[in-house]
Ligand binder design. Structure first.
Ligand SMILES: Nc1ncnc2c1ncn2[C@@H]1O[C@H](COP(=O)(O)OP(=O)(O)O)[C@@H](O)[C@H]1O
Ligand SMILES: [Mg+2]
Length: 197
């Protein structure tokens, strides 16, 4: 069983794409946000940031238990998806795919989701800075870290692309991180202050 990490800023499509991958792969999905809530692996709720604060130590222990359990099944892939999936210890990770999204489109998706202005800003800023990529760079994995721009691609196309990556039907070099740079794009357009005033 290989473990695929799907990460990215909220709104980039992790949950939808991961569920869709189940149509193509003999796999199971663990959504860390849901797991943390259902198993009460939460420290408290941060009212100001409107988000649950995860008990990371307990969550990591729980993930390791689940990996052991799933290892006994005849699974090809275990998909772990979350914007904090970098908490998974490096030795368990076989593939990392980070979903990216242009800040304007991400803003639209999060607004549609009903997020408040401050929460949208915080997440869009995080995407502009490439935080989700940096978290994995800091882990110093000996596996390539891949990213996919979801801005103008349908869920279906993204799912197919990931399936091709996992089944070795596409050159992964096309997806190695470093090509997507919203900071550079926005500063060239002189629009950075729109998101960081
Ligand atoms: N590639 C895409 N194109 C258009 N809309 C998308 C795409 N990916 C996700 N969405 C929409 O954005 C919202 C967030 O998707 P979701 O899978 O919940 O993201 P995440 O799990 O990363 O927070 C959903 O309403 C979804 O339909
Ligand atoms: Mg999600």
């Amino acid at each position: 069983m290989k473990i695929l990490i799907v990460s990215g800023t909220p709104g980039t499509g992790k949950t939808t794409v991961s569920q869709n991958l189940l149509n193509n792969l003999n796999a199971k999905v663990i959504s860390l946000n849901e797991l943390a809530i259902s198993e009460k692996l939460i420290i408290n709720y941060d009212m100001e940031r409107e988000t649950s604060v995860i008990n990371e130590k307990k969550l990591i222990r729980y993930i390791m238990k689940l990996i052991q359990r799933y290892n006994k099944l005849d699974l090809e892939f275990l998909i772990i998806e979350s914007h904090f999936s970098d908490i998974v210890p490096g030795q368990f990770i076989d593939y990392v795919i980070i979903l990216r999204c242009d800040p304007d489109e991400l803003y639209r998706r999060l607004k549609e989701r009903g997020y408040k202005r401050e929460k949208i800003r915080e997440n869009v800023q995080s995407e502009i800075l490439g935080n989700s990529v940096n978290f994995f760079l800091n882990k110093q994995l000996n596996k390539p870290i891949l990213e996919i721009d979801t801005t103008n691609n349908s869920i279906d196309v993204i799912t197919k692309t990931i399936t091709k990556i996992l089944t070795g039907k596409v050159d992964v070099n096309k997806f190695i991180i470093g090509k997507i740079d919203w900071l550079e794009k926005l500063s060239q357009e002189d629009r950075l202050d729109l998101f960081f005033d």
